[in-house]
Design a protein around this ligand. Structure first.
Ligand code: KIV
Ligand code: ZN
Length: 399
């Protein structure tokens, strides 16, 4: 294995992300997001589940028609059950794309086979083979996902993956459908498949993790270390229940810890924050403030000690520059934990220079105010300095 292997990003914001509460988007929003995902450098966009509804079909087809143009364009995929009518609808929807894919999923754990599909393992093997063969005749590439793979009997998992590879699947995705696995176990599953499935060396292995135990990103990175070369994820980690692995977190981890993850990708890191913002504008919620990389506090500093450090050298409390992920600059937040140095810095930015005594006085008033008030705004700070100083700074227009 070359140490600079390529990891391909498969974005499923428009499918797995969109199918979670509060995340629905109309076709024009999906199209705008798809264009942005293209700018971000994702390799494959799963644009929807074509058979699910006419709207879904139209969205997949519109993205396939309008986004996927030229050599560097992403591949457009549609999800499909292992059924003829699904596969044919998916094929029609992705047909206009320069590069297309059908992503077939089929439950494989005994729990799902018995209670959800009500079919035997043998029937599942047949369905996997038939559906992959059919899809392979209709599009460039077929991806196969044994749904609930991480709770599937390992011997049966090897069998069904072997059948899908034989039938012509080019990508084998191992979904941790219910966010149940842990990094060592997930990595071991990839190693097992590489050892035991004939022909596996000819396909791309893929991770697909949900965050029910808060380990989706850690599991995805473990899969990459164990040989996965496609990673499925969503912007802001939106998705079923606790969400999917967050694209921005995986991409940033690979950038910041290149020593641990020495892989190439096509991601343009400076587009991470703009993409997150765009998604936030389209759905009904934004990432929580403390969300890694894209949350509003991800580069904010309030405590005096941290502010002092960051003002001297940002590396003291930041492991990546805000600019590297597309955030304009770090945010020195003034609050009750802030120190003199940060207050002086912000006042200088507002054009106010104070003598040492004046700063002592303003700082004293500031700490009293910060004890009473949750958010301190520039106008509050300006109100603490003398009329003369404000006039000098041009903060007061009238004489
Ligand atoms: O989580 C899951 O199992 C899925 C499949 C459809 C790939 O999203
Ligand atoms: Zn999923």
């Amino acid at each position: 294995m070359s140490i600079r292997d390529q990891v391909y990003f498969f974005d499923t914001t428009l499918r797995d992300g969109e199918q979670s509460p509060g995340c629905s988007m109309n076709t024009s929003e999906k199209l705008r997001l798809a264009h942005q995902l293209c700018t971000l450098g994702v390799d494959t966009i799963e644009a929807g589940f074509a058979i699910a509804s006419q709207d879904d079909f139209n969205a997949v087809q519109t993205v396939a028609r309008e986004v996927a143009r030229g050599k560097a364009a992403p591949r457009i995929a549609s999800l499909s059950r292992a059924k003829r009518e699904d596969i044919e609808a998916a094929a029609r929807a992705v047909e206009p794309a320069d590069k297309n894919r059908i992503h077939i999923f089929l439950s494989c754990s005994d729990l799902h086979l018995e209670y959800k599909l009500k079919i035997s393992r043998e029937q599942a093997l047949e369905q996997a083979a038939e559906s992959v063969e059919l899809a392979a005749k209709l599009v460039d590439e077929v991806e196969f996902s044994p749904e609930d793979a991480t709770r599937t009997d390992p011997d049966f998992l090897c069998k069904v993956v072997g059948v899908a590879v034989q039938a012509g699947a080019k990508v084998i995705n191992i979904p941790d459908t219910v966010g149940y696995t842990v990094p060592q176990e997930y990595a071991a599953t990839f190693r097992m498949l590489k050892e035991r499935v004939p022909g596996i060396e000819n396909v791309v292995l893929s991770s697909h993790c949900h965050d029910d135990l808060g380990m989706a990103v850690a599991n995805s990175l473990a899969a990459i270390e164990a040989g996965a070369r496609q990673v499925e994820c969503t912007i802001n980690g939106i998705g079923e229940r606790a969400g999917n692995a967050a694209l921005e977190e995986i991409a940033a981890a690979m950038m910041v810890r290149e020593d641990k993850y020495p892989y190439r990708s096509n991601i343009v890191h400076a587009q991470l924050f703009p993409t997150s913002q765009m998604l936030g504008n389209f759905i009904s919620f934004r990432p929580s403030p403390n969300k890694a990389i894209v949350g509003s506090n991800a580069f904010a500093h309030e405590s005096g000690i941290h502010q002092h450090g960051v003002l001297s050298n940002p590396l003291t409390y930041e492991i990546m520059t805000p600019e590297s992920v597309g955030v304009e600059k770090n945010n020195i937040v003034l609050g009750k934990h802030s120190g003199r140095r940060a207050l002086e810095h912000r006042l200088r930015e507002l054009g106010v220079s104070l003598t040492r005594e004046e700063l002592d006085d303003v700082y004293h008033q500031f700490t009293e105010l910060a004890d009473r008030k949750k958010g301190i705004y520039d106008i509050d700070l300006l109100n603490l300095v003398s009329h003369e100083r404000r006039q000098e700074a041009g903060a007061i227009k009238s004489a």
